[in-house]
Design a protein around this ligand. Structure first.
Ligand code: FAD
Length: 537
């Protein structure tokens, strides 16, 4: 007999749960106050309006309290979040924000003078990590994107005839100029119906240990909302100050607490990656924007004064603009969501930007909030679920970053000697033991991988850890490859041909800007990775 239409596995699905509260529910959640107008605040407000359009969302920010405002490197999730989840028009976005493309991070780190590449296609291993180690003594020829990064190319081909782009098949992220990005989000939020109030919060009035009753501004206004989102940055007005939530410091693993930033001209060479370069008491990012390279030396104030840090940066990068200093603290609060308030962004947690995790964790917080926010306080509330998942993710990032410090042998300064001796990597110790006995971990047997997923879950997967440990040449017994090296050479030769023909980023972006349909194609084509992947927690 013929099976009924649609009969088969996986047909049953759950309906979208974002339910509008009933009109007569006295405990309905109808109004939301987002406090803070940095990237966390604007992205949260836009997401709530996009997914729960009946909510009355007001963003409160103070023009007297500046946003963090540093240039930002992101990860591929941001591309899907902006275009697929928030539905941001690619042509508008490229015109107004003028992002550059990031294929991964180049670490000037570890003993190899070439450093190591952490490309976004690290999970694909398209050329082969074992072959690269055997042939070149490092991992850098293990994927197509890694080779593109080394060759300073992007996977776009032209200009004769129709340009051909492989960008839509290879994950990439954006480098964003923070000021332009926030300005764009501000305009978009107004256009999409987010209310706006320029006011400084003077007082947060709780009712009971967990609940926010109302806010009071310095000019005496009383603000009442059904739900509050604390996006006030490091000030953490509600979660930290008013509700006094415990803070878990990560300073046992991450010793830096300061950054000094500036710009230098790049002479038109737009590197298709973020760089992270070892410095005497920390490291320096280089985020290429259209106009210049944006640099930031992340250091420990216990090891270096602000003046010494600025001097070292200026010596290393002559011609840099006058220094701007930023202080931060690393760690997270015990929970993000208490009562009728959730914190997103630096108000909840922060780690230094070595793996571009700031905006990544902001989007994770937003996805969790949008999914779990109740329509009514009479409904069950998923606070514990959100708090445990987000807390675990932050901790996994802490451990991932810790191995960058513990094993970096590039410099022999007091800071790095101490980092190698004292960095707490205990959260990954079971994984490090397994790694010592055989790597790459991604090619280990299923039993071993299961053990790792239970004892040392990692945020960026085994591919990410492999990249960082093999890239830094942390001792291991390499697994034996089952294929003849000629196969690897063939793949490498094919990738080399593509790299030779590919365009440098400045030329590729110029082609895209001249033909804006290419921006659409990049994020809307149904066979491309952006349109096919929904941003997930
Ligand atoms: P902020 O930008 O600080 O915004 C806080 C907002 O709260 C402001 O609008 C302010 O007006 C408002 N506010 C504060 N107090 C009051 C008050 N009393 N009343 C009313 N309003 C108030 N992330 C990445 O993803 N990639 C990177 O490369 C990266 N680099 C970084 C480098 C450094 C040195 C630092 C410190 C951070 C970096 N980050 C990076 C993280 C990133 O900058 C932040 O996570 C992101 O910008 C979000 O900040 P925010 O919105 O939480 O806070």
């Amino acid at each position: 007999a013929k099976a009924p239409r649609g009969f088969g596995a996986g047909r049953e699905r759950v309906a979208e749960e974002f339910v509008r509260p009933s009109a007569d529910d006295p405990r309905a959640v109808r109004t939301v106050g987002v406090i803070g107008g940095g990237t966390a605040g604007y992205l949260t407000a836009l997401a709530l309006r996009a997914k729960r359009p009946w909510l009355d969302v007001t963003l409160v920010e103070s023009s007297t309290v500046p946003i963090i405002g540093v240039g930002e490197a992101t990860v591929p999730l941001m591309v899907t979040f902006l275009h697929s989840y928030l539905g941001i028009d690619p042509q508008d976005f490229y015109r107004e924000v003028q992002p550059t493309w990031k294929l991964g991070i180049k670490f000037n780190w570890g003993p190899d003078p070439e450093g190591f590449m952490a490309p976004f296609d690290w999970g694909v291993n398209s050329v082969g990590v074992l072959g690269s180690l055997a042939e070149r003594g490092n991992i850098n020829a293990f994927t197509l994107q890694s080779l593109m990064m080394m060759g300073n190319r992007t996977p776009v081909f032209g200009p004769a005839g129709e340009p051909i782009s492989l960008m839509k098949y290879l994950s990439f992220a954006y480098h964003l100029d923070n000021e332009r990005f926030v300005r764009y989000l501000t305009g978009l939020a107004r256009a999409r119906g987010v209310g706006h109030l320029d006011a400084k919060i003077a007082d947060v009035v709780p009712s009971g240990p967990d609940w926010i009753d109302h806010l009071v501004t310095t000019d005496g206004q009383r603000l009442d909302f059904d739900f509050y989102v604390d996006c006030s940055g490091f000030r953490s007005l509600m979660l930290g100050k008013a509700l006094n939530t415990r803070f878990h410091s990560y300073s046992g693993s991450l010793f830096t607490d300061s950054a000094v930033t500036g710009n230098i001209p790049h002479g038109g060479l737009l590197k298709p990656y973020t760089s992270a370069t070892t410095m005497d008491a920390g490291w320096c990012w280089n985020i290429p924007t259209r106009e210049s390279d944006h640099l930031g030396y992340v250091y420990s104030s216990a090891a270096l004064s602000d003046e010494e840090a600025a001097d070292e940066l200026a010596r290393r990068f002559p011609g840099i603009t006058p220094p701007r200093f930023v202080r931060f603290r690393v760690g997270r609060h015990e929970s993000a969501w208490r009562g009728n308030m959730m914190a997103i962004g630096n108000s909840y947690g922060f780690v230094e930007p070595l793996e571009s995790s700031g905006l990544l964790m902001i989007t994770q917080g937003i996805l969790a909030l949008v999914r779990a926010m109740p329509a009514s306080w009479a409904d069950p509330v998923g606070r514990d679920v959100v708090n445990s998942v987000l807390g675990m993710k932050w901790d996994e990032i802490r451990w991932f970053l810790s191995v960058h410090y513990r094993f970096n042998t590039r410099l022999d300064t007091p800071f790095w000697r101490e980092a190698r001796e004292r960095t707490d990597v205990s959260g990954l110790q079971p994984l490090l033991d397994v790694y010592a006995a055989g790597a790459p971990l991604r090619l280990r047997d299923r039993l071993t991988q299961l053990h790792l997923s239970l004892t040392a879950p990692t945020f960026y997967g085994l591919e990410g850890i492999d990249c960082v440990l093999l890239g830094q040449k942390v001792p291991t017994r390499l697994l034996r490859s089952a294929e003849p090296i000629e196969r690897w050479r063939e793949r490498k030769a094919a990738a080399d041909v593509l790299v030779r023909k590919a365009l440098p980023q400045a030329e590729a972006l110029a082609l895209f800007d001249a033909e804006p349909r290419l921006h659409d194609e990049l994020v809307k084509d149904r066979d491309g990775w952006v349109a096919r992947s929904a941003p997930t927690l």
